[in-house]
Design a protein around this ligand. Structure first.
Ligand SMILES: Nc1nc2c(ncn2[C@@H]2O[C@H](COP(=O)(O)OP(=O)(O)OP(=O)(O)O)[C@@H](O)[C@H]2O)c(=O)[nH]1
Length: 226
């Protein structure tokens, strides 16, 4: 996340903030398709497993500010995953995804949360996502179970369908708006703490990504249902 003197986006637009948000969760729960839907409004039913890591960006406006959402995606499968610490570094938001038709993907959510909390900033905004809500007849994870888990763990929660484009925009915008809310509140209180490199440190302990200096990818409960 960043706030600096400002940089300019693809169309010469001034960027006020860059928010890094990571996608995590088991393989095949739909992380890449949620990203494709949010970043490009696309969906691919024959999506291949992610190998390594990639990110996509989308520039949007929150409260008259220009925010670049930088959404990172890695493989759910251990052997294809990116280097964990590098993946979480600088993240100010996380989407923890499970598949409402795969019990195991929900049972693993606690483990993902543990990894996330072990590596990411403690102020990170987390959204639990039950994806594939279009497959209602195959549902094995009751909405209530996930909602209770999210409330207990203090996470946002939504069920989405990347296929039908249900709640995808809502889920990402909720996280990005919450990040923005925290940042602007801190901004008001602290009137910007500035570290030795000149970066403002608005989320305590969070590494700030200066606009225009996106890191290269490493090599190798409130609830809403619509
Ligand atoms: N019915 C339905 N299928 C979906 C949805 N989202 C993703 N899929 C399908 O689920 C499969 C896996 O989707 P991916 O987005 O590749 O899953 P992933 O979590 O990125 O998987 P890894 O890269 O292995 O971690 C693909 O066949 C997608 O088309 C959805 O909302 N509804």
């Amino acid at each position: 996340m960043s706030r600096g003197g400002g940089s300019y986006g693809e169309v010469g637009q001034k960027i006020d903030y860059v928010f890094k948000v990571v996608l995590i969760g088991d393989s095949a729960v739909g992380k890449s398709q949620l990203l494709a839907r949010f970043a490009r409004n696309e969906f691919n039913l024959d999506s291949k497993a992610t190998i390594g890591v990639e990110f996509q960006t989308r520039t949007l406006h929150i409260d008259a500010r220009t925010v670049k959402a930088q959404i990172w995606d890695t493989a759910g499968q251990e052997r294809y995953r990116a280097v964990t610490s590098a993946y979480y570094r600088g993240a100010v938001g996380a989407m923890l995804v499970y598949d409402i038709t795969k019990r195991q993907s929900f049972d693993h959510v606690a483990r993902w949360l543990e990894e996330l909390r072990g590596h990411a900033d403690k102020n990170i905004v987390i959204m639990l996502i039950g994806n594939k809500s279009d497959l209602g007849t195959l549902r094995v994870v009751p909405t209530e179970d996930a909602k209770e888990f999210a409330e207990r763990e203090n996470l946002f929660f939504m069920e989405t369908s990347a296929l039908e484009s249900t709640n995808v925009e809502n889920a990402f915008m909720t996280v990005l708006t919450e990040i923005y809310r925290i940042v602007s509140k801190k901004n008001l209180v602290a009137n910007e703490e500035v570290d030795s490199s000149g970066n403002s440190s608005l989320l305590k302990g969070t590494k700030i990504v200066v606009p225009g200096q996106e890191p290269a990818p490493p090599t190798k409960a409130s609830c809403c249902m619509s």
